[in-house]
Every structure is written in structure tokens, then in C-alpha cells.
Design a protein around this ligand. Structure first.
Ligand code: HEC
Ligand code: HEC
Length: 403
């Protein structure tokens, strides 16, 4: 498959699991898009790793078995514990915030804000991301080619200082853990999730349990999925939208064509993995190609000019409930997103970010003027709305256990 976009190239030898093998990935940036993965594949996916309560994936049709790090196999007990921790505000320095403060189930685990407010009032730089099917993402967050596992990513909200999110630091780390350790509910659940460990209430196990809960967040029962499975129908406008989405006029599928409607998708038996990032022409400050700090995409990490404005294509599952859109929440509605794509970028005419993104020199070749008429835009929006999985948004297994 030939792709015209710029992306990120690295080579990995991965024997089954993601964990250790992914250490040492450099931030090379742009150029190619191929990760070559060798090895047998399906490590750690079946829950035989010693933890209580074997795990069986119940996956929608067409969903491959996710890759799971060898040192954190799935188990029912771990997913159950992780759910409690994910929703527990005691897990923040000042006791005001949980993961779910910014990742709410009814919004597909986003929070409805352009950027989110951490536990001490500081704002995040970027828009909170949905967590549906995050088990399939080889690289996490909007533009960080070095965050490769959920376990590693979690250090950012828990312990991060720029900005402070959950506000756990060296000064309160022991105390926060103690709040958890003294609850009999947690004593039981940690012992069940990490059997045989003398003192299982440890930060490393907190992280493992929450990561397991997140891997269990599978969404694949939308109206679109039912249609594909032959169990439902789409209206004429939704069908026209689908054909546009997967066709060469609108070109959406090039970057949103995986089972998770993005283009970074890994699973237990992946052999060749592409991890592209794209500049979609959202900005072009003063005609220099620049994006606003500190949201300049992969460039923030690499400092390489070619990585300016390079972001990950976001999954479009449940997209109707995850507004506002884009890495900085700068587009309010799906209709506005379609106007943006139809124009082939965004022209900002005044203010500090003024500049014509349509002419950004690093913009992907796949983002061009595509003269969609009003009906075609409406059709595409109608199709995107078929990607909402109401079962996922209301599944009691993913709901706040403290309510
Ligand atoms: C203050 C709000 C906030 C809190 C609290 C928070 N997050 Fe996030 N989360 C975000 C934002 C913002 C992003 C996007 C980060 C970026 O790109 O820089 C994000 C991204 C993520 C991602 C990446 C998803 C993807 O598709 O790549 C995961 C996973 C995640 N968060 C899990 C968690 C977990 C687990 C917790 C609790 C330990 C948590 N978050 C707490 C705001 C928050
Ligand atoms: C060149 C690759 C590419 C193509 C083609 C593309 N997208 Fe995107 N899409 C992206 C990237 C990258 C982002 C995130 C951009 C950012 O935030 O800076 C994105 C973001 C989005 C979002 C917002 C997601 C969110 O959660 O905020 C929607 C909706 C979307 N695209 C729909 C579409 C539709 C509809 C089409 C076809 C008309 C399309 N995309 C074509 C790469 C692409």
C-alpha cells in the first residue's frame, strides 16, 4: 500500500508483547510510515498470567485480539479493581479528581471541554481523548511517538507537573496510596487482582489495574457495526455519507480507515504497523507553517521542522458525543469539521493565530479543497453519527462503581 502522507518511521522487533520491546524508540519523525514487527504475536492476551479470574475477550465481529504487555496480562479481577480506581477521586493529591473527571463514560470517556482542568486548576494543553478501543492504539495521546503503553501514559495524568492533572507528587505519593490501602474494599480487590503478592497495594499495581480496565473498554456495536454485520439498515443519507467517507472524493478513510476509524492500529498478531502523523492545515501562523505553542504536534518533542503540526488521526468512534474537536478543541461541531475538510484547511483571518492553514507547507496531500455541497456535508455528518455505540456509553461494566 502506498501512502502519500508524511509519517513516522521506526523498526521494532516485537516478540508477542508490546512492553519492553518498545523501550528505546527514538523520535525520528517524518519520512516513512512503516514499523516492521516480527514475532509470533498473541502474547499475554488470554489471561493465563497467574492473576485470578481468567480473561476472555468478547470482541465485536471483525475486531482482532488486542496486544497486551506480557507483564500485565488481563484478568477479571484486575479489570474490576481498575474500574474502581479509575473512578476514585482519592487517587488525586487533593482528593478532588479521578481519571473519570476528564474521561466520562456518557461522552465516550471525554469531558466536553476544549481543554481540561486539572485538580489544582491548571488547564491541560490538549483536548481530553476518548478511550474506546484504546487497547488497539500503538502510540498514545495526540502527538507523542514515545508513549507506547497505557502503563507508561498513565504517569502523565497521575504524576505530571506541566500541567498538574491529578497532582500526585513525591510529597503526597505515600499518603495517597495509604488512602487506598486502608480501605477494606481495596484490600480485598488488590489481593484478588494480584494473588500471591504479600503487599499488593503498590503504585505499580494501581497502574496495571487501571491499564487493564482501559483495555477492556471495547466499543463496536454502533448502528454502523450492526449494518456491517447485516443486523440493521442505514438511511439513504447515512449510506451516501458512508460511500463518501470510504471514497476517493472525500478521502477520509485514508487516515480514518482502521476498525477504530483511525490509522494507528495494533493487535496481537500485527506484522506491519504504520504509525503516521499528519498536518491537516489547522494553522499556518503568519504563513510560516507554524502551529501555536505548546501544541505544535510531534515537533514539541523532536524539534524537527518537518514535525510541525503533525498529529495523530483521532478515532471517529462515538464522535457525535466527543465535541469539541481536534487536539485543542478548536472546532465546535461536526458540521464545522466538515466545512474545515471541504475547504482543505482552516484560514484564520485575525488574532494571534492568523494565517491560512490551507496553504500550510507541511499539510498532508490528502487534505485538499473537495467542494462538498451542503447535502454531501450533511450526509457525511449523518454517517459519522452512526458510529455512536449506545451500549458502550451506558454499559454498567464501564460505569462509576461509586454511584
Ligand atoms: C485533567 C484532565 C485529565 C485527567 C484527570 C486524566 N486525563 Fe487522560 N487525557 C487528558 C488529556 C487532555 C489527554 C490528551 C493528552 C495529550 O495529548 O497531551 C488525555 C489522554 C489520555 C489517554 C490517551 C488516549 C489515546 O487515545 O491516546 C489515555 C489512555 C488517558 N488519558 C488515560 C487516563 C487515565 C488512566 C487517567 C487517570 C489515571 C487520566 N487519563 C486522567 C485529560 C485527563
Ligand atoms: C491526512 C489524514 C486525514 C484525512 C484524509 C482526514 N482526516 Fe480527520 N483527522 C486527521 C487528524 C490528524 C486529526 C486530528 C487533527 C488535529 O487535532 O490536529 C483528525 C481529526 C478528525 C476529527 C476530529 C476528531 C476528534 O476527536 O477531535 C474528525 C471528526 C475527522 N477528522 C473527520 C474526518 C473526515 C469526515 C474526513 C474526510 C472528509 C477526514 N477526517 C479526513 C487526519 C485526517
Amino acid at each position: 500500500m502506498i501512502r502519500r502522507h508524511r509519517g513516522f518511521m521506526l523498526k521494532l522487533a516485537v516478540a508477542g508483547a508490546l512492553a519492553g520491546a518498545l523501550a528505546g524508540v527514538g523520535c525520528g519523525g517524518g519520512g516513512g510510515v512503516t514499523i516492521i514487527e516480527t514475532g509470533a504475536g498473541a502474547g499475554g492476551g488470554t489471561g493465563s498470567g497467574g492473576a485470578a479470574g481468567a480473561w476472555t475477550w468478547s470482541l465485536p465481529a471483525g475486531f482482532p485480539t488486542p496486544a497486551v504487555p506480557a507483564d500485565n496480562p488481563m484478568s477479571e479481577a484486575k479489570v474490576d479493581l481498575g474500574r474502581f480506581l479509575f473512578f476514585d477521586r482519592r487517587l488525586s493529591g487533593n482528593g478532588t479528581q479521578s481519571c473519570a473527571s476528564c474521561h466520562q463514560q456518557d461522552k465516550a470517556f471525554t469531558d466536553g471541554f476544549a481543554t481540561s482542568r486539572g485538580s489544582t486548576g491548571e488547564f491541560t494543553h490538549r483536548n481530553a481523548q476518548p478511550l474506546a478501543n484504546v487497547a488497539y492504539s500503538p502510540m498514545l495521546t495526540w502527538a507523542n511517538p514515545s508513549l507506547l503503553t497505557l502503563e507508561k501514559q498513565m504517569e502523565v495524568p497521575l504524576f505530571g507537573e506541566n500541567p498538574v492533572e491529578m497532582g500526585i507528587n513525591d510529597g503526597n505519593k505515600a499518603e495517597v496510596l495509604q488512602r487506598i490501602a486502608t480501605q477494606s474494599l481495596y484490600q480485598t480487590k488488590f489481593s484478588a487482582a494480584f494473588p500471591g503478592e504479600a503487599s499488593p497495594v503498590q503504585w505499580a499495581n494501581v497502574v496495571k489495574a487501571i491499564a487493564s480496565f482501559q483495555r477492556a473498554l471495547i466499543s463496536g456495536n454502533s448502528k454502523y457495526d450492526q449494518f456491517i454485520a447485516g443486523k440493521g439498515t442505514l438511511t439513504p443519507t447515512e449510506l451516501r455519507g458512508m460511500n463518501l467517507f470510504f471514497g476517493e472524493k472525500a478521502e477520509c478513510f485514508h487516515c480514518h480507515g482502521s476498525p477504530n476509524f483511525n490509522d494507528q492500529f495494533v493487535h496481537a498478531t500485527t506484522r506491519v504497523l504504520e504509525t503516521p502523523f499528519h498536518n491537516t492545515g489547522l494553522y499556518n501562523i503568519g504563513g510560516t507553517g507554524a502551529f501555536p505553542e505548546p501544541n505544535r504536534g510531534v515537533f514539541e518533542l523532536t524539534g524537527l521542522p518537518k514535525d510541525m503540526g503533525m498529529f495523530r488521526a483521532q478515532s471517529l468512534r462515538n464522535i457525535a458525543v466527543t465535541a469539541p474537536y481536534m487536539h485543542d478543541g478548536s472546532i465546535a461541531t461536526l458540521e464545522d469539521v466538515l466545512d474545515f475538510y471541504a475547504a482543505g484547511g482552516r484560514n484564520i483571518t485575525s488574532g494571534p493565530h492568523a494565517g491560512d492553514g490551507r496553504k500550510n507547507p507541511l499539510k498532508s496531500d490528502l487534505i485538499t479543497l473537495i467542494t462538498l455541497d451542503a447535502q454531501e456535508k450533511a450526509d457525511l455528518v449523518a454517517f459519522l453519527k452512526t458510529l455512536t455505540d449506545h451500549d458502550f456509553l451506558t454499559n454498567p461494566k464501564f460505569a462509576d462503581p461509586f454511584k
